[in-house]
Design a protein. Structure first.
Length: 547
């Protein structure tokens, strides 16, 4: 179904059963493009900086504005903007909705400008707090501070991108917001190539930091034409006079913490890793990037596609005094099954193939076999938490569509405390691998707490459907993971040229994915719907396909 381009699209009353999976497929395709560009960027970073002083300083400096982005922008904005926008549009129409988003844009813009100024002013304090171990190495500390100051304006531009992305997602336009992060990655790739060509040497890291800001600005601007064409561009409005701002702020406060829990845990890991051997932060970064590939492309795509539908169904249930309603429950069940269908095989596959994946992607230049083995060990620990990472985001979003952001916030507090406790216990016997395991265990706790809360809201928790899907999908996922490990053990062309090793890895991954799909068709009937939905991107195009 395609919308007319001259007017804001209106979501359908009852999306077909495969609507979430088709939209998730479109988001996944766009995110895949961005992630491929991101991996190209990381390959060049690994070649240029390796896993030493400059790389550690850059990753910590980049993580500081990225933390505020995840707290206040991508997490809180998406979690509070879409439900608030949906309510205002249903209560006051499109004109009121545009005034609401105009007020949000002014409010967020002023807030972010102040945050950037404070961030630049207090960069030294932030690095001292978030990477305390750097204080023992003055050169690394000073470099991290300079890079943080240079990159902080990125926060303003990514905030404007997040507002535009939220509006397009609320209108069921998913592809453009999901693909625009590729712009920033490509700008960073261009900067790394130019720095190498011009012989920038040690100043390459500064070229990279400047590209972060320039790429963020271009990423935000790329969405403006579609907003204008759809009539969704915010109308200028003072925040204190725009409708729905109070509800938006009420939701945004708790959502800021709850929606960014995985990133907070990662930041806690970086802080603890700053006390470990040099390279520990980089090992965790590269492993996190790999685990974010299936998480970001697939399980977060499911959440992004389901969120506006859940918000719509919850709003209808409130108007009809039916709680969230049966439609909300069906949407959550479909989204949960898709999350399981995606994350279970990815978990076993990453555990089985962690070393060859790291070797093919990053082992070159300053990134040698030792760095490959260390990063692969961290990747296996993160991979154990893939399903939990996906469920935390999905179930937190489910609470937000019910206009409840406080319970997920309490779960997030417990998860952060548990992450620090687990990490402190595990980092001494296991080093940086213990930090990754701490993140996995704390995410599991968070998911369990969220499930406990959803079970208490009435008869709307689809526990029976999700339990049946998990039982059916676990055996095919584990079997394919074991087969992938055996294939690597028996057939891996160690020491062969890069092209041959890359080809061998692609063959093993493709064979594993195909075998999993076939096994699901045979052993897990719950897997059939996700498979067809994810592959039918060309049939009955979703709203995002016309973007």
């Amino acid at each position: 179904m395609a919308f007319e381009s001259g007017s804001p699209p209106t979501p359908p009353d009852a999306p077909p059963r495969e609507g979430i999976s088709r939209s998730a497929g479109a988001i996944g395709l766009a995110t895949l493009i961005s992630r491929v560009a991101g991996f190209l960027r990381d390959i060049l970073i690994a070649r240029a900086l390796g896993a030493g002083l400059a790389a550690d300083a850059f990753f910590v400096a980049f993580a500081i504005p990225a933390l505020f982005r995840n707290l206040f922008m991508e997490g809180a904005l998406n979690s509070s903007l879409i439900p608030s926008y949906t309510e205002v549009r249903k209560e006051g129409g499109e004109a009121a909705a545009r005034r609401f988003t105009g007020g949000v844009a002014v409010l967020v813009g002023v807030f972010l400008a102040a945050m950037c100024a404070l961030g630049v002013l207090f960069s030294g304090t932030l690095v001292a707090i978030l990477a305390s171990g750097f204080s023992r190495q003055p050169e690394k500390f000073d470099l991290a501070v300079r890079l943080t100051r240079l990159m902080f304006p990125f926060l303003f531009f990514i905030g404007m991108w997040a507002i535009a992305a939220g509006l397009l997602n609320a209108a069921r336009r998913f592809f453009v917001p999901a693909v625009t992060p590729a712009v920033q990655n490509l700008v960073m790739v261009a900067a790394l190539l130019a720095a190498g060509w011009l012989g920038a040497g040690e100043r390459t890291v500064y070229w990279l930091a400047a590209a972060v800001v320039a790429g963020g600005a271009l990423q935000a601007l790329c969405q403006v034409p579609l907003l204008v064409r759809l009539g969704l561009f915010p109308a200028p409005a003072a925040p204190w006079s725009a409708p729905g701002i109070g509800r938006f702020l009420t939701l945004m406060g708790p959502a800021a913490f709850a929606a960014a829990i995985f990133h907070l845990n990662s930041l806690a890991n970086r802080w603890l890793a700053s006390f470990l051997e040099e390279g520990a932060i980089s090992y965790l970064y590269y492993a996190n990037r790999l685990v974010q590939f299936p998480h970001g492309i697939l399980s977060l795509a499911v959440m992004a596609a389901a969120f506006p539908v859940l918000a719509e169904r919850a709003a209808e249930g409130r108007r009809n005094q039916e709680g969230a309603g049966e439609g909300w429950r069906r949407t959550l069940a479909e989204s949960g099954r898709l999350t399981l269908y995606i994350t279970l095989p990815a978990t076993f596959g990453l555990i089985a193939l962690a070393h060859p994946i790291m070797e093919v992607l990053f082992q070159r230049g300053a990134f040698g076999p030792g760095q490959t083995a260390a990063s692969a060990a961290a990747l296996r620990a993160y991979a154990l938490g893939l399903a939990f990472f996906g469920f935390v985001r999905l179930f937190s979003a489910a609470f937000h569509t019910r206009l409840d952001t406080r319970y997920p916030m309490r779960c997030a507090y417990a998860s952060v405390a548990a992450n620090i406790a687990f990490s402190l216990i595990l980092m001494f016997p296991l080093g940086f691998v213990g930090l990754a395991l701490g993140t996995t265990l704390s995410s599991a706790l968070n998911a369990v707490l969220l499930i406990r809360g959803l079970r208490r809201v009435g008869g709307e928790w689809p526990g029976e459907e999700l339990g049946r899907a998990a039982r059916q999908l676990l055996l095919p996922a584990a079997g394919v993971g074991a087969a992938a490990w055996l294939a690597h053990w028996a057939l891996w062309p160690a020491g062969a040229p890069f092209a041959l090793r890359a080809l061998a890895l692609m063959i093993i991954v493709a064979a594993a994915a195909g075998s999993y799909a076939l096994l699901c068709e045979w052993l897990a009937p719950q897997g059939k719907v996700p498979l067809r939905g994810l592959l039918r991107l060309g049939r009955r195009a979703s709203p995002s396909s016309s973007a």
